[in-house]
Each structure stands twice: as structure tokens, then as C-alpha cells.
Ligand binder design. Structure first.
Ligand SMILES: [Mn+2]
Length: 544
């Protein structure tokens, strides 16, 4: 169990617009790999159809989760930099970090860890250029702690204050303009320290060597900070003590990302942006890290098993980013390419589930009742109850074995019930039925509309002839078609019943050499609109 928890998840899915074979093969394939010790999750790439819903309800399992993409996300990157600066840090600390780690910018966080903006080297440079030490602390904020740290000062006596500096910095020669509580900077060589204390200074910064320091003659609370640097150097260091929070440029337009953003969506933004380092945020607004373009090529790929398809165009978005561990399919291979060796299992049989069953057998794992019913349903669906030309003897054999395991006595009866439920249109309105798959063909200067629907029970629609007539006449009135043919195709018996309306009904009689009776004509062994209906209408139209 423990091991299972740490193991990486494998996503198993069929094609877009999933059919019963795609869904059932995903579930049964994921089950098999789980039984063999992997962590595999069945997924779907779209809404399930009525037939699949019937099967899942019958088996009593829930619909697999919807998978929208397997594109790599920022969290999949193998390298994300974690450096940040805080608004309370001094710009010296920020500059040191940026120089050491070679960053041109870094994310700034507030004291609670939330992202504020990015600080760039140019923000610091611009601040240095503008600095005038006399109003330093009123213009930029900093703390007594940062001041002491920047100067590497030592408190000799007095009480050194804490927190935000609100007073001014004065040189000892400016004592007449100082206010009580200001910070004075001086050397030890004059009587500057005494004068500063008497004038009410809060802190006196003394720039001299320790051995040259002369203790003040007056005693007070005033803090004396000894600094080893020269006066000029000290003033320059003081300017570095100002807090990052005080120099942030909030008007700059900068990009930042969420850690769940997809790499294929941020690549273009990163390429075009006037920025080299990008902040990545957690969902709560804290900083996850920063990324640079060069890191985008090294990411962890999601692991997948493709079933019942192999073409990327029919697969999940971002499939090119994924690591394809396996393909189990019964379709032709046309455009299939991977970045690494892939386990491919393909057989020319009627359903992917027939192959999956073979994999169970090879693994010496007997499918349980539910698994068997899922596989059986998929085979019956893909082979149209063994009547499809793609059906093989192997599909029939496997279905029989599965029928026993699933405790289904009459598999054809069960299959028929499934197909009937899947194609049932009793609850749909005629407008939707007719417009589900309607194509319009111009012939000379007239227009012919041919709508088609697949079913296993023609009678269900034949019983609704009045509704068909009404809806088709409405279509003709609205669009001006000269002929409207509604083709109801029985997918089991390969027949089509045509409902024909419009002023060119003769065209149908000429095309198929059969009489249209009461706006109806039955065409035996006709299922394809493209191959068996349209060409004949075109020929008949040319001969008129
Ligand atoms: Mn299939």
C-alpha cells in the first residue's frame, strides 16, 4: 500500500468522442496494470454516449474521470529556482544574492510570504543614482537592524532602537538643522559625539578605528555605534541599508505564472517578454519559485497508456509531451512516433477489448465478473453483435468466454438491449434527430439535403412519420431544398429506410430504380450515404 502511494500514476485512455470500446478498454486495461502492481487510472477524453452509460450502469461503476490534457506543467519542471527577497531585506542583501546567483531579477515577498512584485538590478541601480543621503530615511524606508547590518556596526553604549527608521540622517556639521531623535554620523576626532548627544540625537554613528575611539563625556540613552569604515564609505553603505520594500517599482508590467500553468502556453509569453526571470506562484499567492527559458526543456513527462487509438490527432491534448508506455489498439498505424521505446500491442480484431482479454490471459489473471462484462460489452458494441466486417472469429470466441465469466446467458440478447438503448431516440425531439447529421449537396441549380441516423430499430422512427413529415417540410420551407432525404440506417441488418420529401422525388426513383411509396423507400444493403446514396443521386440528376 505504502509503495503504491509513492508510485507514479499512469493515465489510461481511449480516443476522443469515446465509444464503448474506448471507455471499457481504458477501465479494464487500468485494472490489469493495477493487479500487476502499477498505479493506473482510467480516463475519458469526452462525454460518454448513451450506450456506454447503459454498460457502466449495468456493471455498477462510475464514469472514468475526464482528462483534458497531458501537457507538461510548471510543476513538472525538473529545475525551479527558489531564491526570493523580502520587502524587509536591505537592497545590499538583495544585490549580494542577485550577484552571487546571477539573477537579473528576483521575486519580492512580504513578511507573510506573499508575492509583491519582481525586483530587478535596474531598480537598485536607479535608486542608487537618485539617492541623496540627507532625506534618505524619509524618502526610502529601512530599519535600524538593516542600518546596523549594512555598516557592520558595533553598539558601544546606549540603547539601540529597533524597527522602522523615521528620523533623518545628519552629518555632525549640520547639528543646527537637526531635530530631536535624528541619527548623526561623525568621526571620533572632534567633540562631535558629545555635541550630538547634547542636541538630542537618538543614534550617533562614529566612523573610526576602535583604538581611536574616544568615549563621550556625557552619559545618556543615546546609542553609540562604532563603524570601521571611513565617513564617505559609511554614507555609501547607509544607502544600501534601505529596504527593498521602499524601492519597488509597481508600475512595471511583469509576467508571472501559476505553478499549474502549461509549458506550451507559457513558452511564447516567455520568449516575447522583456524579462528573463519569471515568478511562479502557488494557488494562495505565495511564491513557488522562478523559471528561466532555458529550464523549459527539462521536465517530467506524464506516463500514459493509449488504448483503442494511436493517432495523436484522436488523442488527448499534449500527448507529444507525455511518455507513452504502451499502445493497445486494433486500428491501422499511420502517423505514430514516440521519443522512446514503447510497448505496442496491436491485432487486427474487432475490438480493443479482445486484445485486452488476451493480455489478461497472458498474465494468468482471470477477469472478475464486472471486468468481463465491460470487455464483453465493448466487443459486442465494436462488432455490432458480430455483424461488422471487422469482426473476427477470435472476437466471437473471446465474447463467449467473457459471457461465461460475466454470467450473461444470452450474449446476443444482452448486446441487442445495449445497442437499442444506445441508439434509442424515443426521448429526443425530431428537430434534433434530423439535424444530428445533415449534409447539403448542390446539384446543378438545385439543393438536396440528406440527413442520416443510425439505429438498431427502424420501427421506432417509422412510428413517428407524422413528426418526420412536419419537421422535413419545415426544413424545405426554411431553406428551399428541392429534395430532402432522411435516411434511417439499420446498422445490424445493413438496410436503410429513406423518407423522401420535396418536388424532386422522381430523382430518388430514377437513382435507385425503386418506387417511392407514401414518401418511403427501403434500400437493402445500403448503409453509406457517401458511397451508396449520393453518387446515384448525382448521376440521376445529370440524366434528367
Ligand atoms: Mn475500438
Amino acid at each position: 500500500m505504502e509503495e503504491n502511494f509513492l508510485m507514479e500514476e499512469i493515465l489510461v485512455f481511449g480516443h476522443k468522442n469515446p465509444d464503448t470500446d474506448s471507455i471499457c478498454s481504458s477501465i479494464t486495461m487500468a485494472n490489469l496494470r493495477e493487479k500487476q502492481g502499477s498505479k493506473a487510472t482510467p480516463c475519458r477524453l469526452g462525454e460518454i454516449n448513451k450506450e456506454t452509460k447503459f454498460v457502466l450502469d449495468k456493471v455498477g461503476i462510475k464514469t472514468p474521470k475526464l482528462l483534458k490534457t497531458v501537457s507538461a506543467q510548471i510543476i513538472d519542471l525538473n529545475y525551479v529556482e527558489k531564491s526570493t527577497v523580502s520587502t524587509e531585506d536591505s537592497i545590499k542583501e538583495a544585490l549580494d544574492l542577485m550577484t552571487k546567483e546571477n539573477f537579473s531579477s528576483l521575486p519580492v515577498i512580504d513578511k507573510d510570504g506573499y508575492f509583491k512584485t519582481m525586483l530587478s538590478i535596474s531598480d537598485i541601480a536607479n535608486t542608487y543614482l537618485e539617492i541623496d543621503y540627507s532625506d534618505l530615511f524619509s524618502k526610502y524606508s529601512t530599519t535600524y537592524e538593516n542600518l546596523k547590518e549594512a555598516l557592520d556596526g558595533e553598539i558601544i553604549s546606549g540603547v539601540y532602537p529597533k524597527g522602522e527608521i523615521t528620523s533623518n540622517l545628519k552629518e555632525v556639521s549640520e547639528l543646527e538643522s537637526m531635530k530631536k531623535g535624528d541619527i548623526i554620523i561623525t568621526t571620533s576626532l572632534t567633540d562631535g559625539i558629545d555635541k550630538s548627544i547634547q542636541a538630542g540625537a537618538k543614534v550617533v554613528i562614529v566612523c573610526c578605528k576602535k583604538e581611536d575611539f574616544i568615549s563621550p563625556r556625557v552619559t545618556s540613552e543615546c546609542a553609540i555605534m562604532l563603524v570601521r569604515h571611513s565617513l564617505v564609505k559609511s554614507i555609501s553603505l547607509i544607502s544600501q541599508s534601505i529596504s527593498v520594500g521602499g524601492i519597488l517599482n509597481t508600475e512595471k508590467v511583469l509576467f508571472n505564472f501559476n505553478k499549474e500553468d502549461f509549458l506550451n502556453e507559457i513558452r511564447g509569453i516567455m520568449k516575447d517578454a522583456n524579462q528573463t526571470n519569471f515568478s511562479v506562484l502557488e494557488n494562495d499567492g505565495k511564491v513557488y519559485g522562478t523559471i528561466r527559458t532555458k529550464h523549459l526543456i527539462d521536465f517530467h513527462r506524464k506516463k500514459v497508456i493509449m488504448v483503442d487509438h494511436n493517432e495523436f490527432s484522436q488523442s488527448v491534448e499534449g500527448i507529444q509531451d507525455a511518455q507513452i508506455l504502451e499502445v493497445v489498439d486494433h486500428h491501422k498505424f499511420a502517423n505514430f512516433q514516440t521519443n522512446e521505446a514503447t510497448k505496442i500491442r496491436t491485432e487486427p480484431v474487432g475490438g480493443t477489448s479482445t486484445i485486452v482479454y488476451g493480455l489478461y490471459k497472458e498474465a494468468k489473471i482471470e477477469p472478475d465478473e464486472k471486468t468481463a462484462l465491460l470487455m464483453l460489452s465493448a466487443i459486442l458494441s465494436d462488432t455490432l453483435l458480430f455483424k461488422s466486417p471487422t469482426c473476427t472469429l477470435r472476437d466471437v470466441e473471446v465474447a463467449k468466454e467473457l459471457g461465461k465469466l460475466a454470467k450473461i446467458k444470452d450474449i446476443e440478447k444482452y448486446g441487442m438491449e445495449m445497442l437499442v438503448t444506445g441508439t434509442s431516440m424515443s426521448k429526443e425531439n425530431m428537430k434534433e434527430i434530423i439535424n444530428q447529421d445533415k449534409k447539403v449537396f448542390p446539384v446543378g441549380d438545385i439543393e438536396i439535403a440528406v440527413a442520416q441516423i443510425n439505429t438498431v430499430q427502424i420501427q421506432e422512427l417509422a412510428d413517428r412519420k407524422e413528426e418526420i413529415k412536419k419537421e422535413v417540410e419545415h426544413e424545405i420551407g426554411k431553406y428551399g431544398y428541392s429534395l430532402f432525404i432522411f435516411v434511417v440506417t439499420d446498422i445490424i441488418n445493413s438496410n436503410s429506410l429513406l423518407f423522401v420529401y420535396g418536388k424532386e422525388i422522381d430523382l430518388v426513383q430514377n437513382a435507385f430504380k425503386k418506387d417511392v411509396v407514401d414518401n418511403e423507400v427501403l434500400l437493402e444493403n445500403v448503409v453509406s450515404r457517401k458511397k451508396q446514396i449520393i453518387p446515384f443521386l448525382m448521376t440521376a440528376a445529370q440524366n434528367m
